[in-house]
Design a protein around this ligand. Structure first.
Ligand code: ADP
Length: 169
């Protein structure tokens, strides 16, 4: 495992990192799951800033302040809805992770935490999503020196087990 990668089972809203990534939807108007938790913890100002961004395409990401969160920024990444796997879902998920990391670098950030994008309501198979997340992050870290720590913030035991196994191998 890359020494810069860390796996933690946690509520991502509690993390003191430069940026937490939100599994947002393309409206950026908030939602359920981790998106709802982040908006609740950050406060109404987060939604107000998100409303100025004109949404976000699937596979892309946008950055905002983090308001009441302990993190410094929120990077809102839009993963794909799973439609069976033949609609570019894997590429879009890869892109959501990659764009988040690029935006972190553009903003001189060093520590970033990801939730398991698309694996909740969006229905992406968890193991495949974890493989994409780990590969994309590992490739990025080998190309780019600036990011010092990437945390995979898992929330459920199934993802914890999947990430543990993949990161060990
Ligand atoms: P999506 O719509 O992209 O599938 P969800 O929020 O439904 O997003 O789920 C993405 C992942 O976030 C799921 O693995 C879910 O268990 C996890 N999750 C939900 N709440 C939190 C939280 N507070 N911190 C970290 N992860 C969370």
């Amino acid at each position: 495992m890359n020494a810069k990668i860390k796996l933690i089972k946690t509520d991502i809203t509690k993390l003191h990192v430069n940026a937490i990534v939100n599994a947002a939807n393309s409206s950026l108007r908030g939602g359920g799951g981790v998106d709802g938790a982040i908006h609740r913890a950050a406060g109404r100002q987060l939604l107000n800033e998100c409303k100025t961004l004109n949404g976000c395409a699937t596979g892309d990401a946008k950055i905002t302040a983090a308001y009441k969160l302990p993190a410094n920024y929120v990077i809102h990444a839009v993963g794909p809805v799973w439609h069976g796997g033949k609609y570019g879902e894997a590429d879009k998920l890869r892109s959501a992770y990659r764009r988040s990391l690029e935006i972190a670098v553009e903003n001189n950030l060093k520590t970033i935490a990801f939730p398991n994008i698309s694996t909740g309501v969006y229905g992406f198979p968890k193991k495949q999503a974890a493989e994409i997340a780990i590969t994309t992050v590992s490739d990025f870290l080998s190309e780019n020196e600036q990011i010092e720590q990437v945390i995979f913030a898992v929330f459920d035991d199934e993802n914890l087990q999947i990430y543990n196994e993949l990161l060990r191998s």
